[in-house]
Design a protein around this ligand. Structure first.
Ligand code: BES
Ligand code: MN
Ligand code: ZN
Length: 493
């Protein structure tokens, strides 16, 4: 989906048309820019009547005020001393929502007093508005979004290189979020493994190198665990390898690996019918990998990065794998498949092994809608973080707090690892009843050798998470901003 919101920055107010947005910080002073619209004092009075104090997210909407504006919207921006990206993005989302119905929106970014909104704050406001504007309406054949053409939003701010750069980055990152959301929202009849791989190939337009490994290649690589999952579907598996080389030629890359189960019926261990439609989003990890690669390429990040996504469909069929089957993974380790619904780890096992083997990355982070148990543990507000490395975990936790794509570290240990020993093979693909997310993590760890690694279980955050100021979409795009931030903060030179 392209954004229905077009954003620009200008030095002066382009004309008194549509909605004017004024920003007011805690304390409730109108900015000097209010001047004319508040000549009669009506705007100030409306703020008083509405008990407006400038608390973040508060809004006052004045329809048909004095002058030529259709409306004036006052938006509280709270205490901005320690405001981070999330604070500003929420305000951007609020602005977009508050101006619904106006096709032209002018946001005056000057605020009262001596405080100023920093360049990255302004970019984040615009980014928040853009993310709020996202809607998945490809298949709505009737009028889209009230028949509106789209919204033009102008931010009035002095031109500066800092602002230009901040917006270029934010624009690229939010495009990456759009890309991920679209992939997750798309139904599985339209988006199979082959079609997903084709979407990943679109990243070539941004300067990425994309290779698509087909079944023949996957067989020759001996990816028996991944292929075992795919064999119940009439649609063949693919693995996409996406590279962005923005760093020094000899620098080892950072690596992202994604679970891309385009639909998870559970296979022969079939899932109950209720809510099964959500399993079109079981490729949320792979979508986030594509989204972050998009973000890095769009903002020309000075880093070498590789994204590897395992694309399969998990179906019951005459040729599907059975509970009790034993498959041999690319690593050589054998796996007894006791539950065909624990398929994500089988896909990732081969993708992780392949990624470390081929790229010897600086770190490897995989994202996967891996377990229902992580939703039981953490709900929709944190992704589960499992890692063999404290520094990487800390980096992810910090990036999570900055972007509000939060992660919460869970344990890994040999006692849990023992739970997936199998009597018939090297391991089984499920543990017992308890600690389901951890035994899944232990399973993945068996396919990681000497590299800092983190596994993000995004089952509760990639989709179906509660709407907020800057996401109204079932598919959140979780992980794109998180990983982009991790790279920007610690891995770019
Ligand atoms: N894709 C599911 C996990 C999932 C559940 C994601 C709900 C998003 C929302 C995964 O493949 C799965 O089925 N996991 C099983 C594992 C079990 C069989 C050990 C689960 O969580 O029930
Ligand atoms: Mn499953
Ligand atoms: Zn799954």
């Amino acid at each position: 989906m392209t954004s229905p919101l077009s954003i620009r920055f200008a030095k002066s107010v382009p004309g008194e048309k549509g909605a004017l947005v004024l920003l007011v910080s805690e304390g409730g002073e109108l900015p000097p820019a209010a001047g004319k619209v508040n000549e009669s004092g009506r705007v100030g009075k409306a703020m008083k009547v509405a008990d407006f104090t400038g608390k973040t997210g508060q809004t006052v909407d004045l329809i048909a005020p004095d002058g030529d504006w259709d409306r004036v919207v006052i938006v509280g921006i709270g205490d901005i001393a320690d405001a981070g990206e999330d604070h500003w993005m929420k305000i951007g989302g609020k602005i977009f929502a508050a101006c619904k119905g106006s096709e032209t929106v002018t946001v005056e970014t000057e605020i009262a007093g001596k405080d100023e909104i920093p360049a990255d704050g302004l970019a984040a406001i615009a980014g928040g508005a853009k993310l709020r504007a996202y809607s998945f309406d490809t298949y709505k054949t009737k009028k889209k979004d009230n028949g509106k053409k789209g919204v033009k939003m102008t931010f009035v701010a002095p031109a500066s290189t800092a602002l230009r750069n901040a917006w270029k980055d934010m624009d690229g990152v939010t495009d990456g979020v759009y890309f991920a959301r679209d992939l997750v929202n798309e139904p599985a009849n339209i988006l199979g493994p082959v079609e997903f791989a084709k979407k990943a190939s679109e990243l070539e337009k941004l300067g990425c190198e994309v290779e698509i490994l087909d079944e023949k290649k996957l067989k020759s690589l001996k990816m028996g665990a991944l292929l075992g999952v795919a064999q119940g579907s009439v649609r063949p598996a693919r693995v996409a390898v996406i590279q962005w080389n923005g760093g020094k030629a000899k620098d080892s890359p950072v690596a992202f690996v994604g679970k891309g189960v385009v639909f998870d019926t559970g296979g022969i261990s079939i899932k109950p019918a209720a809510g099964m439609e959500d399993m079109k989003g079981d490729m949320g990890g792979a979508a986030a990998v594509c989204g972050v690669m998009h973000a890095l390429a769009a903002r020309k990040a000075k880093v070498n990065a590789v994204g590897v996504i395992g694309l399969v469909e998990n179906m019951p069929d005459g040729n599907a794998q059975r509970p009790g089957d034993i498959v041999t993974s690319m690593s050589g380790q054998t796996i007894e498949v006791l539950n065909t619904d624990a398929e994500g780890r089988l896909v990732l096992a081969d993708c992780l092994w392949y990624t470390e083997d081929r790229f010897k990355p600086k770190f490897m982070i995989n994202l996967a809608t891996l377990t229902g148990a992580i939703i039981v543990a953490l709900g929709n507000h944190h992704a589960g973080l499992f890692s063999n490395d404290d520094d990487l975990s800390e980096g992810l936790t910090k990036a999570g707090l900055a972007t509000w794509e939060r992660v919460w570290r869970m344990p890994l240990d040999k006692e849990y690892d023992k739970l997936i020993d199998s009597k018939n093979a090297d391991m089984k693909n499920i543990g017992g009843r308890w600690a389901g997310s951890i035994t899944a993590g232990q399973f993945l760890q068996r396919f990681v050798r000497d590299v800092p690694w983190a596994h993000l279980d995004v089952a509760g955050t990639a989709m179906g998470s509660p709407k907020n100021e800057y996401s109204q979409s079932w598919a959140s795009g979780f992980g794109v901003r998180l990983l982009n931030r991790l790279v920007a903060d610690s891995y770019e030179k």
